[in-house]
Write a protein that binds this ligand. Structure first.
Ligand code: ADP
Ligand code: MG
Length: 430
């Protein structure tokens, strides 16, 4: 069947049970099945996986999906297998497979059964795999979490830089890049590195109208302030992010002592404890998780009602990702960040030992965080502007959902802040 003749809604229903495409999905799917390089920028939860899974299922040949994390790949393969009675329809190819398992994967691909082949970027560099993949029909290569290719992204992985040259060895195959990172710099990097500046680009809005953004000055009373906030949201689920493991433990304890059900989560806890605490949060045995950034990837709890940043994060990108875990169900989501310039200085100290190029990027990202925290304009407008998106602060969706809009700072006060900020910036540069 010619791609243009495929009834996409029928296939969507058949494989996924959905009646409608979500957001920009249909356009993306059409772009891919007609063989175009395609670039997809959608916030987390936007439905990026389906954008390449559906084309892979309806096209001839096998689609290669590059993904950075084995755990993510396993989840996806399990999900795909549950859609079809064919076991071999999706496979993961990685270094943990035995020789026999690898042979089975190859057999399923050769026979045309396998529609999706998930690989880690480092597996794809293996000569043996490349030679094999050259010999079988590949429908396209999808690169999930494509921001890993950019040093300006929050998760740079050097192996991603080799992808383009490997794909070229496989032949003239369409490339699909997908990411939830919306900053123009990262997008540019992705398109350049994947050599696909000609790609059809689909960018969804990053506005989250149900999230309320608030920044409070961090004072000595922060703990009492957090406790008061949580008690005002009694029984609701929330996450508190802290910079250090030590702070996570400290705050979790303070909350517990004050009668709030809270558990800590950070990479210093053993895997069993981490899993237990995560489950307790998901099952609502506790209200609050106090965590480092180790918490959140792939966690899909729809009714998180608040995300508190005890410490401001190192980029607005991270801030958006972390606050984005609130209000997934479309209901209330209060995003409260505590800010003091001392925290910025701490973050700068962390960077001091890093290579110069990395430091420069780090400082630039931090300056944006400072500007966001100290701004007196619509926070939503500021955030969306950072992501290259225009926002109408009067009529846009969620326009009144932040502290600056609800309680505008007096002009003079705001101006003084700018002066202070400029002085601080000057002082730190000297
Ligand atoms: P992303 O990778 O963009 O973060 P996912 O691909 O993980 O998002 O999808 C997020 C959720 O949206 C999943 O639970 C998925 O089943 C759901 N979803 C995707 N497409 C549709 C659709 N057309 N209709 C309803 N739900 C969808
Ligand atoms: Mg995804």
């Amino acid at each position: 069947m010619k791609p243009s003749e495929i009834d996409l809604h029928k296939e969507l229903k058949k494989y996924f049970g959905f009646n409608q495409f979500k957001g920009l999905q249909e356009g993306v799917v059409k772009s891919i099945i007609t063989g175009n390089n395609t670039f997809v920028i959608m916030p987390t939860g936007g439905g990026k996986s389906l954008c390449y899974q559906l084309p892979a299922l309806v096209l001839d040949g096998t689609a290669i999906v590059v993904s950075p994390l084995i755990a993510l790949m396993k989840n996806q393969v399990d999900a795909i297998r549950s859609l079809s009675s064919e076991y071999g329809i999706a496979h993961v190819l990685n270094s943990s497979l035995t020789k026999t398992e690898v042979n089975q994967v190859k057999k399923d691909i050769t026979s045309g059964l396998t529609k999706l082949l998930y690989v880690a970027p480092e597996s794809l560099t293996k000569e043996e795999y490349i030679d094999f993949l050259k010999s079988v029909p590949i429908s396209f290569v999808a690169i999930d979490e494509a921001h890993c290719i950019s040093e300006w992204g929050h998760d740079f992985r050097p192996e991603y830089r080799n992808l383009r040259s490997i794909i070229k060895q496989l032949g003239d195959i369409p490339v699909i890049g997908l990411t939830a990172t919306a900053t123009p710099k990262v997008q540019e990097d992705i398109l350049k590195n994947l050599d696909m500046t000609d790609a059809n680009t689909f960018k969804a809005s990053f506005n989250r109208p149900n999230l309320y953004y608030e920044v409070r000055t961090k004072t000595k009373n922060i703990e009492a302030d957090i406790i008061r906030f949580i008690k005002q949201h009694k029984g609701k689920s929330g996450v508190i992010y802290c910079l250090s493991r030590k702070k996570v433990e400290e705050i979790a304890q303070v909350l517990q002592v004050n009668g709030i059900s809270a558990v800590p989560y950070h990479a210093g806890l053993d895997a069993k404890t981490r899993a237990k605490h995560q489950d307790m949060f998901l099952m609502e045995d506790v209200d609050v998780v106090v965590a480092t950034i180790a918490f959140g990837m792939g966690i899909d709890k729809p009714d998180v009602r608040f995300v508190i940043h005890h410490d401001i994060p190192k980029s607005l990108e991270s801030y958006y990702q972390e606050t984005g875990r609130a209000g997934r169900d479309g209901g209330e989501g209060h995003c409260l960040a505590y800010y003091s310039y001392k925290d910025i200085e701490k973050l700068e100290k962390f960077m001091a030992g890093k290579p110069v190029a990395e430091q420069e990027i780090g400082y630039a990202l931090l300056q944006e965080v400072v500007a966001y925290a100290e701004t007196s304009m619509s926070r939503r407008k500021f955030l969306l502007h950072y992501f290259g998106e225009e926002f109408d602060e009067v009529n846009g969706e969620g326009a009144d959902m932040d502290d600056n809009v609800r309680n505008p700072k007096k002009k003079v006060e705001a101006q003084n802040q700018v002066v202070t900020l400029l002085e601080t910036v000057r002082d730190t540069n000297e």
